[in-house]
Design a protein around this ligand. Structure first.
Ligand code: SF4
Length: 566
């Protein structure tokens, strides 16, 4: 649950209402108001809902009183999020008394979790629609107009809303989220997402590239590719072709990585008993078109044991990398079939839209992030050097209870690898204090892991049990609340210290900053971000800069959360 919260689970945006950013001249039959809670996937979904409704003649309003339809896009990640929604619904009751034709709908994870119970428990609710059923909204609204309460919480194995062009909500016109996949197959024991958002599906890369390119052409300068676990993005299918090869507009010709850090693309250090198998798989890669064409340098295999950040899954991920230097497995009129697109290759496609378009992504899973992604990041200046790598706990025993599928040692190897390939890359984490059976020693190990990883920032929570999760079924939530809170406070205090240290190390340095808008505190200052995701505030000082421009800013002071520059 907390991991999703980390997907830019921005507390300042909770309950944010749709506010169209451009004056809309269209005549609408009716008005809808939508309020969103939870992670950025939910905010992104609200943009899809807005698009579906606008095709049905609904115009958006940021004012409740004007609405004919009120929608709340909900989050189930924490109990507090659900309580907030319930409280909000009671406030809508008064409006419904005044305007009986008003429809109220609940969307998202809470709708999926509670299903028809919502209609029973919250009598004023007319519509309950789960995250995979937004296309059915127009039909359900028609039913509700006739007095029939509507519910659709069917989860899908295919739905990605790939063909729906989202209407941007509350956008600054510079940065946008682009959903690349839906659902999650991981079953972390504390998490409700696999039950509310269903199985993992990857979206068609052509539609992703088109959406990112359209955003860039509309003046956007940064896209964040969103998924519950972006590293497991994997799509196979057919892409447009030109002259028998994949159209370079979707898949530019691959080039070997450049830069001194990339001279040895995959450092395979293996001391395990299965090293013979690994070596034979690696030879297979070497003799494949990918090994020969994409990575000019041979893979380095040694047994020093310095870095055991290698696994069969990494090898097989490499083997699944698109074959034949831009060739699919077969062609049909204007298309190339049998193409496999991994997350690294998708990143490369998006990065090549324009060097002026920054690319971010969220969230990575420590068990799945591989060298191929790190080298792709290193290769492109416009792929931001920032990775959100949820830790959750530093204790191997707790990680196992959480069903996280990695160990502390594995996680350390990933952090080492990121620092080795991209020195200066920002790293952040999610951390849960007080998971079931957590001892003081487990907690201390988490603190030590934080010290080791030197996170620039973290999203930190204490464990709260969610109904329906594996943890609820398997374990007692046995850590008293005061202990959870005390441990969380220690985690927060340490993170504050680490963030401060990290910011102090930037004093005197100059960064390329993308201006996102006015600083919240003063219109006389700009606010922007560095590639490694640090917020920079600097005075406008009469310079003629504009939102969306890249500027060089020298850092001369800092707070714990912000770099102050000139
Ligand atoms: S990876 Fe784990 S925590 Fe993240 S969404 Fe999937 S199940 Fe939840």
């Amino acid at each position: 649950m907390f991991e999703v919260a980390t997907k830019v689970h921005d507390e300042r945006r909770q309950g944010e209402a749709f506010a169209p950013t451009i004056a809309d001249e269209k005549e609408y039959k009716r008005r809808f108001y939508i309020e969103s809670y939870g992670c950025s996937m939910n905010f992104s979904d609200s943009e899809i809902v807005a698009s579906i409704l606008s095709k049905e003649g609904f115009g958006a309003t940021p004012h409740l009183q004007e609405a004919d339809l009120i929608l709340v896009n909900t989050c189930s990640i924490r109990e507090k999020a659900e309580q907030t929604v319930r409280k909000r619904l009671t406030e809508f009751r008064k409006l419904k008394h005044k305007k009986p034709s008003l429809l109220v709908g609940v969307l998202g994870c809470m709708a999926e979790r509670l299903k028809s119970k919502f209609l029973e428990e919250e009598k004023l609710v007319d519509l309950v629609v789960g995250p995979d059923a937004y296309r059915s909204l127009p039909g359900l609204i028609l039913d509700a107009d006739d007095g029939q309460k509507g519910i659709n919480v069917l989860l899908s194995r295919e739905e990605t809303y790939a063909d729906i062009s989202p209407v941007r909500i509350n956008s600054n016109g510079i940065t946008a989220f682009v959903s690349i996949m839906r659902g999650c197959n991981n079953m972390c024991s504390f998490c409700v997402v696999p039950f509310t958002r269903g199985r993992e599906r990857s979206r068609d890369p052509e539609s992703i590239i088109n959406e990112c390119r359209d955003l860039f052409n509309a003046g956007y300068k940064e896209v964040t590719l969103l998924g519950q676990n972006v590293d497991s993005y994997y799509w196979t299918g057919t892409l447009p072709s030109k002259e028998g090869k994949i159209d370079a507009q979707f898949w530019p010709p691959l080039t070997p990585p450049t830069g001194e850090n990339n001279t040895q693309p995959l450092l395979m250090q293996d001391a395990d008993s299965n090293s013979d198998t690994l070596k034979s798989e690696v030879s297979e890669i070497l003799s494949s078109p990918v090994g020969r064409e994409y990575y000019a340098q041979p893979l380095l295999i040694n047994n020093s044991g310095k870095n055991k950040d290698t696994s069969k899954s990494e090898v097989s991920a490499w083997l699944s990398f698109p074959v034949g230097g831009n060739q699919g497995l077969g062609t049909q009129s204007g298309m190339v079939a049998g193409v496999a697109v991994t997350f690294a290759s998708l990143l490369e496609m998006v990065a090549q839209i324009s060097p002026e378009l920054r690319v971010r992504f969220s969230t990575s899973h420590p068990k799945d992030i591989i060298d191929e992604v790190l080298f792709t990041m290193a290769k492109y200046d416009n792929i931001c050097k920032y990775i959100h790598l949820p830790l959750q706990s530093g204790s191997n025993r707790i990680l196992q209870l959480m069903n996280r599928s990695y160990t502390r040692e594995w996680y350390i190897a990933k952090v080492n690898r990121i620092r080795e390939i991209m020195p200066g890359c920002g790293i952040s984490a999610d951390i849960i204090a007080g998971f079931c059976t957590e001892t003081e020693e487990d907690h201390q190990t988490t603190l030590r892991m934080m010290e080791y990883s030197k996170y620039d920032m973290s999203y930190m929570f204490f464990y709260s049990e969610r109904p329906g999760t594996l943890a609820e079924r398997r374990y007692d939530d046995d850590i008293p609340e005061e202990i959870k809170k005390r441990r969380l406070q220690e985690i927060v205090d340490l993170q504050n210290k680490l963030s401060q240290q990290s910011n102090k190390e930037d004093l005197g340095k100059t960064f390329t900053v993308l201006i996102e808008g006015d600083s919240k505190k003063s219109k006389r200052d700009w606010m922007g971000r560095t590639s490694n995701n640090k917020v920079v505030v600097f005075p406008k000082n009469g310079f003629n800069f504009k939102k969306g421009e890249y500027v060089m800013v020298k850092v001369n002071d800092c707070t714990q959360a912000t770099l102050l520059g000139e």
